[in-house]
Write a new protein. Structure first.
Length: 78
């Protein structure tokens, strides 16, 4: 069980790194990021299993990286 958890964690870490490097901030890509972050935070407050929690945390990290890239370029994330 621990091996599966570690494997999944490494998979998410590597996929997040790859996703962040291939993201190009555009007006369309940046629109709605803040709303998607709020949706994930809401799901996390509602409760989740360990596996689902790791997926939600990975999605949240990726969206926060994208939000940073958008704001750095001066694009709206609303």
């Amino acid at each position: 069980m621990k091996v599966i958890s570690i494997t999944l964690a490494l998979l998410f870490i590597s996929s997040n790194t790859t996703a962040a490097t291939h993201f190009t901030p555009t007006k369309y890509a940046c629109s709605g990021i803040e709303q998607r972050i709020d949706t994930i935070k809401s799901k996390m407050r509602a409760g989740y299993s360990a596996r689902e929690g790791e997926v939600l945390k990975a999605e949240l990290r990726e969206l926060k990286d994208k939000r940073y890239a958008c704001k750095k370029k001066g694009l709206s994330v609303e």
